[in-house]
Design a protein around this ligand. Sequence first.
Ligand SMILES: *[C@@H]1O[C@H](CO)[C@@H](O)[C@H](O)[C@H]1NC(C)=O
Ligand SMILES: *[C@@H]1O[C@H](CO)[C@@H](O)[C@H](O)[C@H]1NC(C)=O
Ligand SMILES: *[C@@H]1O[C@H](CO)[C@@H](O)[C@H](O)[C@H]1NC(C)=O
Ligand SMILES: *[C@@H]1O[C@H](CO)[C@@H](O)[C@H](O)[C@H]1NC(C)=O
Ligand SMILES: *[C@@H]1O[C@H](CO)[C@@H](O)[C@H](O)[C@H]1NC(C)=O
Ligand SMILES: *[C@@H]1O[C@H](CO)[C@@H](O)[C@H](O)[C@H]1NC(C)=O
Ligand SMILES: *[C@@H]1O[C@H](CO)[C@@H](O)[C@H](O)[C@H]1NC(C)=O
Ligand SMILES: *[C@@H]1O[C@H](CO)[C@@H](O)[C@H](O)[C@H]1NC(C)=O
Ligand SMILES: *[C@@H]1O[C@H](CO)[C@@H](O)[C@H](O)[C@H]1NC(C)=O
Ligand SMILES: *[C@@H]1O[C@H](CO)[C@@H](O)[C@H](O)[C@H]1NC(C)=O
Ligand SMILES: *[C@@H]1O[C@H](CO)[C@@H](O)[C@H](O)[C@H]1NC(C)=O
Ligand SMILES: *[C@@H]1O[C@H](CO)[C@@H](O)[C@H](O)[C@H]1NC(C)=O
Length: 701
Amino acid sequence: MTWLKGIQKLRPVLVSVLFILTSQGGNCLVVSPVGHTLVNALAGTNVTLAVSYSGASDPVVTWFKGPLPVGTWTINANFPPDIASNSWSVLEIERDGSLTFIDVPLRFTGNYTVELTKSGQGKASATFTLIIYEIIQNVTLITEADFAQEGAQRFTLQYSMLQGVVEQEIWRFNGRDLKNSTHYLIEGASLVIFGPNRTDKGSYSVTLMNPFSSVTTHKNVTVLYGPDEPIVEPPPIQPFYKAGDSLIFSCQAEGFPLSIPQWIFGGQILPDFHQGVLNLTNVQTSQGGSYTCSVVNELTKEKREKNVTLNVYDVSLGSPTCSVVSVNNADLQYQCKWAGGTPEAQLSFPALSNTSSGAGTFSLTVTSSANLNDKTITCLAEHPIEQNTCNITAKSPRNFIPTVETSVDSDGKIAVTIRCVSEASPPAVVSWSQGNESVVTGSTYQISSDATQLKIRSYNISTFLLAPNYTCTCRNPLGSQRKLFQLQGPTISDSSLFPNQDGTIITLTWEVPPTSLVTGFDIQMKGPDLLSHSGGYSVPKRSSKEYRIIQQKPGYARSTDVFLLDPDMTYRFRIIPKARLTDGEPSKVHRIGPGDGLSGSAIAGIAAGIPCSILVLVLLIGIIFLIFYHHKKKSNKTRYPVSRAVEKVKTIQPKAVSHNILNRGLRPPPDYNSLHQMPSERSGTLPMFVPPAPVRVATTV
Ligand SMILES: *[C@@H]1O[C@H](CO)[C@@H](O)[C@H](O)[C@H]1NC(C)=O
Ligand SMILES: *[C@@H]1O[C@H](CO)[C@@H](O)[C@H](O)[C@H]1NC(C)=O
Ligand SMILES: *[C@@H]1O[C@H](CO)[C@@H](O)[C@H](O)[C@H]1NC(C)=O
Ligand SMILES: *[C@@H]1O[C@H](CO)[C@@H](O)[C@H](O)[C@H]1NC(C)=O
Ligand SMILES: *[C@@H]1O[C@H](CO)[C@@H](O)[C@H](O)[C@H]1NC(C)=O
Ligand SMILES: *[C@@H]1O[C@H](CO)[C@@H](O)[C@H](O)[C@H]1NC(C)=O
Ligand SMILES: *[C@@H]1O[C@H](CO)[C@@H](O)[C@H](O)[C@H]1NC(C)=O
Ligand SMILES: *[C@@H]1O[C@H](CO)[C@@H](O)[C@H](O)[C@H]1NC(C)=O
Ligand SMILES: *[C@@H]1O[C@H](CO)[C@@H](O)[C@H](O)[C@H]1NC(C)=O
Ligand SMILES: *[C@@H]1O[C@H](CO)[C@@H](O)[C@H](O)[C@H]1NC(C)=O
Ligand SMILES: *[C@@H]1O[C@H](CO)[C@@H](O)[C@H](O)[C@H]1NC(C)=O
Ligand SMILES: *[C@@H]1O[C@H](CO)[C@@H](O)[C@H](O)[C@H]1NC(C)=O
């Protein structure tokens, strides 16, 4: 090829010679492309870069690829074209100077220039661009990881293909063309997504194109994200629920892929109701507390929790209770209690202190002062569900009257129980003294455990009567009441008699001074015998001149009924109070009957006047006869009615009789026991009566 090299060396000279020749005029060499100078060809096909020329015959044709000559030939020469050795099997120079590629391979893409020269005819050239393509095949989109992850720096999609030359590529996301931006970078065969997030989930595609083929490939990209902050609904969780309420909460979180939200309470995972729904029916206070909703991303293992505090409140049963107690008998402690609620109720005494309060139970100690006396203090009990109050009033000891109760012990001792009870709040502390000495429990004195009762026991009533005055003092921090009293012997202070209408029944009532010692009463009567109980008729005797005991009553009795009286006779009654063997002064005498009649003394007086006049005697005899006759007649007359009366009395309940008597309104019986809270004789069961040891005959007054 030395000649070829020679031509190369001579080329500038030839060009300048040609230039001179052509500029001098004469026949001019021209070459022009046939068809487009840009030629696309599919690899493996035959392609020709076709030219035509004029102005000279049989010029020298030389093809260059870029700057390099790839073949030369003198047209119509009888030697074959000179082809570069690496292109032998591909390149052919046609008779018209065109260049043909046989089964063109990819590497022949390039700019081709044809140069025609003829000595003396000058030189001409034309340039082609040849691009060899392959069919695009088996394109796949690949990613570095299976999933994009929110928060990662970047996520890259890349295409690869088995073969092909790409003239143009179009990336799409959910059908939308993508361009370079802050979020995307399209470079080389890849698409980079910067800072991928959940919105980048979707279908990506790339379309690769050249003049001979176009291939589109899709890939679905999934973005892992979350869990986000779980959301608990309903959102405005009530400040508290009442025990027994039913409530439903749901917990949801955004993310992919997510586990089912779990509710955790007290370290325990609660059974799932339905996709994170917490369904609590009839909720109890034990179910109050912090509930945690926990959500996990199953792939990233990322976990989020949300705490929900559930307050389940319950109010205590009942109402608050208030009390006041004494502290060292000097200060007052106000107490308020309303325990058992959830949460415990807040208790306070606003009237006493605005700053201190307590939960469930509260006590406040204040120095006692007169203005707290009788002042109602309210305890305010505040609970989220309910407000309540209770009131307490501190009271100084109230005035009172000591009561005395006398009985006879089994060993025959008189037992006197003195009670000093003063209404007070806090309860009064009772102290006892006798004269200047305080009374202590011993053989004679016994003070009850609450100190309200002093029991004195002795065989001898004078022990009680001669003793110095007793004092009982009832004291609380707000004040005290002191009572001085001396015990009295058996005494009746007042008594009355109430007859029924027929005069066959009487009721005796009496009263006893509060400090009097009485263990029983003898009911004495003077007058004819009472009618027989048997219902038969007995002739009433002449009235007895002596009082005789007709009834014995226990110490607490304050009334009695006497039945079977003859309405035509005169009776006298009196009551003897007794302290064991000692009798007290009898009560005044109550008389019932038709006038005085002829009393014994009257007869005696008349007898003394016998000497005065026989007429008087005769008159007297007449009168006596008349009286006797009248009496007999009356007895005969009354026999039937009396027995009827007896029958009637017998059938009438004593209680009812008493009622009738009392209700008749002759004179209202006194309120016997306004101070003595002892059971009334009429109030039912017969009380135990200790009868006096000897049978006594009533003493005359
Ligand atoms: C290309 O040219 C060669 C030689 O001329 C021929 O054998 C072949 O069949 C041609 N190929 C096509 C596809 O025409
Ligand atoms: C062909 O020439 C054009 C300018 O004419 C140039 O832009 C291009 O890069 C060249 N191609 C090759 C393969 O050298
Ligand atoms: C390329 O794709 C064709 C059909 O589209 C298939 O038959 C062939 O096996 C694929 N080749 C490779 C290497 O995947
Ligand atoms: C995107 O930008 C890169 C580099 O800045 C560049 O190489 C690429 O060709 C651009 N792609 C498109 C489609 O503009
Ligand atoms: C996701 O990223 C896009 C683009 O950066 C942004 O516009 C969008 O607000 C982001 N979304 C979220 C939920 O972060
Ligand atoms: C992508 O997802 C869509 C539905 O979301 C489905 O129809 C399609 O076949 C998926 N494509 C691929 C390549 O998995
Ligand atoms: C909640 O649970 C109760 C009983 O356990 C059931 O009757 C009720 O339908 C449930 N409510 C919901 C919304 O699941
Ligand atoms: C939720 O409560 C649990 C205990 O009950 C605690 O360990 C956790 O830190 C709490 N979480 C939050 C977010 O307050
Ligand atoms: C507490 O406050 C109330 C009203 O605010 C007031 O009437 C009361 O006197 C106060 N009590 C005390 C002890 O300060
Ligand atoms: C307490 O007394 C107040 C008035 O002083 C009254 O309104 C309230 O009802 C009383 N509370 C109770 C429980 O009696
Ligand atoms: C009791 O004490 C007073 C003085 O406190 C005294 O005058 C009186 O004599 C005392 N009486 C007796 C019985 O001790
Ligand atoms: C007891 O008290 C009365 C007045 O209640 C008084 O007259 C009497 O002297 C007192 N007796 C004694 C022993 O102190």
